[in-house]
Design a protein around this ligand. Structure first.
Ligand SMILES: NC(=O)c1ccc[n+]([C@@H]2O[C@H](COP(=O)([O-])OP(=O)(O)OC[C@H]3O[C@@H](n4cnc5c(N)ncnc54)[C@H](OP(=O)(O)O)[C@@H]3O)[C@@H](O)[C@H]2O)c1
Length: 288
């Protein structure tokens, strides 16, 4: 099976390429510099050139602030380009996977969000990602959407990716409080996505690890685990700060956005490990 990965230089894309190779798939991993997914006719040309069986679109602007500043650019990468790729993949009979986000929800629900719950985004990023999902499925009903949340992994630009190193170094660590969500080690996200691919899944699914957490709980768990392993953790205090007071987090994010994974587990035929297991795997990977 030949898989073409778009946005392959990013956090999830890198783990996807590694996991697909581990499974013996033929992988064409294209980073932003190799292929701009918004390029007109880029999808048609790439499909003709690489002839993949599957395309996985991991290209995105994950900075919510950048999306607010450049709404036209956000719409292009999160809605227009995915629709184009989905359409061209449909025409060429190539299966298309698009990655989604919990930020399409407003966080007012009291229980974990189901794949079928109606989007109600709070930000430009959330609106364009929600529009992208809809347009992908309209253009190609056989497409697969896998929603992720709070992804962390080696070399990731996300706060959770950087948190273990920050906890090692700083005595007082401030982080955004008041938010509950699902999270995912990028290695497990890649395994879930490729399990769904191997099952030829389509429609909307959730690809996060079991359980829900807060950034503080995640940080405390990381400290506990690193100390158990004999690491000299510098952090003595973890302080929660209201999200709107944190620099770089001015754009609203849902306060409660865990994603329900029961349907995904049924499709892939296995239980998805807890986020604590994902965190432990990540710490082992980075030697902390
Ligand atoms: N990270 C999270 O916590 C999170 C949470 C929920 C959902 N997701 C979803 O998961 C998917 C993967 O995100 P990620 O975590 O891997 O983010 P990431 O590390 O920011 O990777 C995104 C990649 O897309 C590339 N890119 C940007 N514009 C592009 C373009 N026009 N053409 C081709 N590539 C382009 C970026 O390259 P440059 O850096 O060079 O621009 C970057 O390498 C996205 O759909 C995102 O919405 C992520």
């Amino acid at each position: 099976m030949k898989v073409l990965i778009l946005g392959a230089g990013g956090l999830t894309g890198r783990y996807l390429a590694k996991e697909a190779k581990r499974r013996g798939m033929e992988v064409v991993a294209l980073a932003h510099g190799d292929l701009d997914v918004t390029r007109p006719d880029g999808a048609r040309d790439a499909l003709a050139k690489w002839k993949p069986d599957w395309v996985i679109n991991s290209a995105s602007w994950t900075s919510l602030e950048k999306c607010e500043e450049d709404p036209a650019g956000s719409k292009k990468i999160h809605a227009e380009a995915p629709r184009e790729w989905a359409k061209e993949c449909g025409k060429a009979q190539v299966r298309f996977v698009h990655l989604g986000t919990d930020y399409i929800f407003d966080g007012t629900k009291k229980t974990a969000y189901l794949p079928g719950d109606a989007p109600s985004p709070l930000s430009r990023y959330g609106r364009d990602k929600a529009a992208g999902e809809k347009q992908v499925l309209l253009a190609n009903p056989q497409a697969l959407i896998v929603r992720l949340a709070w992804v962390f992994g080696h070399g990731g630009a996300t706060f959770m990716s950087k948190l273990p190193a920050i906890l090692m170094e700083k005595e007082v660590v401030e982080l955004a409080g008041g938010r509950v969500g699902s999270c995912t080690y990028a290695g497990e996200a890649a395994r879930i996505i490729l399990d769904l691919v191997e099952k030829k899944a389509h429609g909307i699914t959730h690809g996060v690890q079991a359980g829900q957490t807060t950034w503080k709980e995640f940080a405390m768990k990381a400290v506990e685990r690193m100390r158990e392993k004999g690491k000299k953790v510098g952090c003595r205090e973890i302080r929660e700060v209201p999200m709107e007071q944190m620099a770089g987090l001015k754009t609203p994010r849902p306060a409660f956005s865990p994603l329900e994974i029961g349907e995904t587990e049924t499709i892939i035929g296995r239980k998805i490990p807890s986020w604590e297991k994902g965190l432990a795997e990540y710490l082992d990977e980075i030697g902390l």
